[in-house]
Design a protein around this ligand. Structure first.
Ligand code: PLP
Length: 416
């Protein structure tokens, strides 16, 4: 009789360590900077907003407000596991802004957008089920699915320069046929890592399709809006949410909001899941699970982070928007420089509209690896993603953007 020894740790889970390609390259870039000086290195690896001098942006309007909070506000527990009531209300207001949604809703405070996404996956899908994600996507979607013992199935993001609604439909239909339910992530607007933003018409098509598919079972769309407040046309950035009003009572939308980028407060773990559905009972059912999950994992999120978000976005809204607006303009300048040159020399990139990153299009996996390595050898540090190279223009000065596309094209051509 063979006795199989048990492990110290749980058995029924993937035991592989995190493969963090980002930190590995970030470290390489830092070593190179230490050796050769930062003027000689292009470090396009960092996914946070940096100013023109290469420093992390920490908005004054955000942190002066934070610093003015009473110590006891910072010391206190949140007033509820699902978040403070004023915070939950203000997250809803901030997320939808002028959009008039005729849907029932609730907000659960979460540690960043990560908490909102992972809690939705855990509380919508059962173990063994499949999450649909874009084929080029933030790597954590897969990690979150894996830790929930779920699988992922990718839909192709693009058909030419447009959202690939055909692939989205095919993927969702296949998943529905297998498990009688669909949870699909759409990371929009300002998709990480391509910077694509869907049109209102594309969103209408998505919702109309969800309505149709919902004849076979519930359809949940997880709209990850982590970068929404860096849209180039902020006033129009929520227009697509009008499409949500088309959804029927078998469709649910969870909008994952993050204070990390909106407030440049990545380490002050704060965000929210906005649950939207036709019927209050359905909203309540997910709210119950998410609240229990919060209690059983992170318990509650930082009280001061919530109070700060409310203050900044109400009492200091105009100054905050103005200060952040300058950086949105800067981001636009950087991307315009890069795109113009890329277009000029024929360096292919995925359709970029707005956001922190541009992603070069390299569909051949072998060439992708060689291209990425050849750039490292020339002190251009970027992140390899599925079928592409992520260039973090959010952390690169306008000056560093100049000539970069040309250099990249030259390196690429030398490999062919
Ligand atoms: N979603 C996407 C696409 C992201 O890139 C990030 C952060 O990098 C997040 C969500 C969540 O970030 P956080 O948990 O810091 O709010």
């Amino acid at each position: 009789e063979v006795c199989v020894m048990k492990k110290f740790i749980r058995e029924n889970i993937d035991h592989q360590p995190i493969v963090d390609n980002v930190f590995k390259i970030v470290n390489l870039a830092n070593d190179a900077i230490a050796k050769k000086g930062k003027e000689n290195i292009v470090n396009a690896t960092i996914g946070s907003l940096y100013d023109e001098d290469g420093n992390l942006v920490a908005l004054d309007t955000v942190f002066n407000t934070y610093n003015s909070l009473d110590n006891r506000t910072k010391a206190k527990y949140a007033s509820s596991f699902s978040g403070n009531p004023n915070f939950r209300k203000q997250v809803y207001n901030w997320v939808v802004q002028d959009t008039k949604l005729d849907l029932c809703h609730s907000v659960i405070g979460t540690p960043g957008g990560s908490g909102a996404v992972s809690s939705t996956i855990l509380n919508v899908l059962d173990e063994g089920q499949t999450l649909s994600i874009p084929h080029i996507a933030w790597g954590n979607y897969k990690s979150m699915a894996t830790i929930a013992n779920c699988k992922v199935q990718a839909y192709q993001m693009f058909d030419g320069d447009a959202f690939n609604i055909t692939s989205f439909k095919e993927t969702c239909r296949e998943v529905m046929a297998r498990q009688g339910k669909v949870l699909a992530i759409i990371n929009d607007p300002c998709h990480n890592p391509t910077g694509y933003s869907m049109t209102v018409e594309e969103w209408n098509q998505v919702i109309d399709f969800c309505n149709e598919l919902s004849n076979e079972g519930p359809v949940i769309i997880l709209d990850d809006i982590a970068y929404i407040d860096y849209s180039y046309n902020l006033e129009r950035s929520r227009d697509y949410m009008n499409a949500f009003n088309r959804m029927n009572d078998q469709v649910m939308i969870v909008v994952a909001f993050s204070c990390s980028k909106t407030l440049t407060s990545y380490g002050l773990r704060c965000g929210g899941a906005v649950i939207l559905a036709r019927n209050q009972e359905d909203v309540r059912a997910l709210e119950i699970l998410m609240e229990k999950h919060a209690r059983a994992s992170w318990s509650n999120i930082p009280n001061a982070a919530m109070e700060n978000f409310v203050k900044v976005t109400t009492e200091h809204k105009d100054e905050f928007n103005e200060e952040k607006g300058k950086y949105v303009d800067l981001l636009r300048q950087r991307c315009e420089v890069f795109k113009k040159e890329a277009d000029e020399c024929g360096l292919a990139y995925y359709p970029y509209k707005e956001g922190f990153f541009v992603t070069l299009k390299v569909e051949d996996d072998d060439l992708l690896t060689r291209f990425h390595e050849a750039m490292l050898a020339q002190d251009i540090y970027t992140i390899k993603v599925n079928k592409g190279i992520r260039v973090a223009l959010c952390s690169l000065s306008v000056e560093k953007c100049q000539g970069l596309a040309f250099k990249m094209k030259e390196i690429l051509d030398s490999l062919k």
